[in-house]
Ligand binder design. Structure first.
Ligand code: GSH
Length: 315
């Protein structure tokens, strides 16, 4: 296997394989791992470019946890040690007091998995140590462990009676779409790319059909299934269509998915969490193995995101 950026690997067949090993600790109500839920104690480190971090940003915002868990935003392009706080005055995160996210990972007494310095990560501000970088678990814990601190009218993003369906939908979308675009982009051979491309578009066609008669992926409400899919859709035309060669169509050419994505952008204020400049800068200027010039495209035109979506009647 040869190592690439993003903790990714290409196997002997040229197919991309994601490393999925995470720090096991969790922040919970009962503090069983030594990290109890506590307003003001933790800082969520993200990049606005990263789709996995985007899930945590959306969940934090939907649940009204902004004043309870602060957020550190890394600049979109890595240095040799991965994410840096170069957007902050003096290049130092004002709360953590460090220039690199790696400093908070290195502060952990038990080290961290070989997948490296990744976002999202939650840092304990009392010690400066990363507590967790498991984005699957972070999102669920924001929903289930931080209930006392969520805003009064916070949506139930993971309702008990829909959980199995949400997880099944999300697992499929994760493997075929969220991770599927990376499988296309990092494929090391033509055959691996062709297979990845076909897999991706099969699922996108299914989703186009699925969402033609329903407003949300599961049930008749916004759930974690939507929160998990959407970060990939919003990056599609800006990054995946060109940079990752997912180019059968643009999102804007898939009428149902495009309207669905605009609905969430507008109705649930997902749009306020997006920075297209960070997205483009990160993908095109960080993965120099697939874009050696590091040139970042000026397009696409993103003005269409505020156009009417017409999906109210599906509710
Ligand atoms: N590592 C996790 C997801 C988090 C992740 O890959 N984050 C990327 C940004 S989208 C990252 O932080 N990469 C840092 C690096 O490659 O140095 C996984 O692969 O399941």
């Amino acid at each position: 296997m040869s190592e690439k950026k993003q903790g990714t690997y290409v196997n002997a067949e040229g197919s991309y394989e994601r490393k999925t090993r995470y720090i096991p600790e969790r922040i919970t109500k009962d503090g069983r791992d030594g990290f109890p839920v506590e307003p003001g104690r933790y800082r969520l480190a993200v990049s606005r470019a990263c789709p996995w971090a985007h899930r945590t940003i959306l969940t934090r915002q939907l649940l009204g946890l902004e004043d309870v868990i602060s957020m550190a935003v890394a600049g979109p392009v890595h240095d040799e040690d991965s994410w840096t706080f170069d957007l902050d005055p003096g290049g130092v995160d004002p709360v953590l007091g460090v220039p690199k996210l790696k400093d908070a990972y290195d502060a952990r007494p038990d080290g961290y998995p070989e997948s490296g310095v990744t976002v999202p990560a939650i840092v304990d501000t009392t010690t400066g140590q990363v507590v967790t970088n498991d984005f699957h678990q972070i999102v669920k814990d924001l929903v289930t462990e931080w209930t006392e601190h969520q805003r009064e009218d916070a949506p139930d993003l993971w309702p008990e009676h829909l959980r199995d369906e949400i997880e099944e939908m999300s697992d499929l979308n994760y493997s075929e779409v969220n991770n599927g675009v990376y499988r296309c982009g990092f494929a090391g051979t033509q055959d691996a790319y062709d297979a990845a491309y076909d897999r991706l578009w099969k699922r996108l066609d299914e989703l186009e059909e699925h969402l033609s008669t329903r407003r949300y992926l599961v049930g008749d409400q916004l759930t974690l299934a939507d929160v998990r899919l959407w970060p990939t859709l919003v990056r599609f035309d800006a990054a995946y269509h060109g940079h990752f060669k997912c180019n059968r169509q643009k999102l804007t050419e898939m009428p149902v998915l495009w309207a669905y994505a605009r609905d969430l952008w507008q109705t649930h204020d997902f749009g306020s969490t997006v920075n297209f400049e960070h997205i483009k800068a990160h993908y095109y200027a960080t993965h120099l193995d697939i874009n050696p010039t590091g040139v970042v495209p000026k397009g696409p035109d993103v003005s269409g995101w505020d156009e009417p979506h017409g999906r109210e009647s599906l509710a």
